[in-house]
Write a protein that binds this ligand. Sequence first.
Ligand code: ZN
Ligand code: CU
Length: 495
Amino acid sequence: MNDFNIRNATIIDGSGGPAKQTDLGIKDCRIAEIGQVGSADSELDAAGNCLAPGLIDTHAHDDGAFLKHPDMTFKLSQGVTTVVNGNCGFSAIPLDNNGDVSKGSGGILAGIESGFTDLEGYFSAVLARKPAINNMMLVGHNTVRSLVMGSQRRAPSSKELSAMVDHVDRAMEQGACGFSTGLIYRPGRYSETEEIIELARVAQPYGGLYTTHMRNEGDRLLEAIDETLKIGKEANIHAHISHHKAAGKQNWGKVKSSLEKINAALATGQQISLDVYPYTAGSGRMIEYFNLDNINRQLAEVIRLASCPAFREYEGRMLKDIATEKGIDIVHLVHEILTSPKGDRTICIQFIIDETDIETNLRWQDMMVGSDGIPDLNGSPHPRLFGTFPRILGHYVRDKQLLSLTDAVRRMTSLAASTFGLNQRGLIKQGYWADLVLFNPDTVADAATYDEPKKLATGIEAVFVNGKLAYRNGEYTQSGSGQMLRYKRESYKAL
Ligand code: ZN
Ligand code: CU
């Protein structure tokens, strides 16, 4: 007897192959039968809807959200059943017992508290809260470096380097999928290429990844790609470029040249992959983007505030509108915000990307999708937090026909699962974990906008996580069946 049967759905199995209308049975967390299915405790007639493997967010900053918002509604409601966390060099671990991770992560990892020091401790803490979805972790360079060296602007001593190596190694040993950097951020930006190569090498024996928010995504994008390829090559490790983009008007179109460089590297046999988010605005910690002694006016003009603990009334507004209203210079406004108490925790949204570049990225054969959402639900977050995946399925697949539905699903499921080492996930296949999303291909769409960023997507009919119905009729079912995943291994089980 199955736990659940889904009848008459159009099954898109995640392989990229043709869709097929048939029945599927779930039993004991797994996909038990496809085609002829026996009886079940519950059934759902899904005629007219598509059933796909649960979507995988390859680029998330939900390390803290798993503790603070274990319902993970902002991801679950998009059909996402697994996220890869610890990106851009910021991870929940390692942490020392009295450590304040928010110092190192600058508000990106909202919600982290102490009580654990390593990956296993973090995994147990999350599992105790019964999370809705699955979590795969990277170990972040900024976090490791802050822990070992504070905010030192120099190369590590050999003793410091070996302490960093030990932290990365321990995380890999406990199941992280790789080592991430955020080389525009502090303190990552103080590191030289050699340091990164040494640390990426630690992930190599585990077959892990090196993922990177590169040193530059604008004027020096191509040099940053060269650095990434060099690190991948010298550490002999799969390099994954996060949120591939060309930032700033003067750089629009450059993603073509960077994809050419990547194609050339792939042709030599180097392992390299990428993800993108489907929006023309980025988002991050505002203080990282400005030099307070020489504030970039052009950048300030295209910024909107997401979270602004110093001035909550500014949230959701463009800096230029606030400056006009107050009758002050925008440069002055930026200075005032960033130097106020808690000003360093301001998260901004910057409109710096060209739509054509997003399309170029999505046309690239193996482009994956990562939300890069920053889960500060108090403010007015970038809509990518709630909208990324339905936006791909609705806007880019159905409306713009930029890629086919089966291929889009492949990139958001099996391709992501094989790249990030998610065992027996990412395909609708007998014996695989029953992570599934049922959606209406005619209505699936993102509803979150810059003005209303927390609106749940439409057309996501049901989501299953490890065989349990987790989302139905626009609501989380309190299933709590998410697992803590370990790279290419079985999931972590709390003692
Ligand atoms: Zn990033
Ligand atoms: Cu990121």
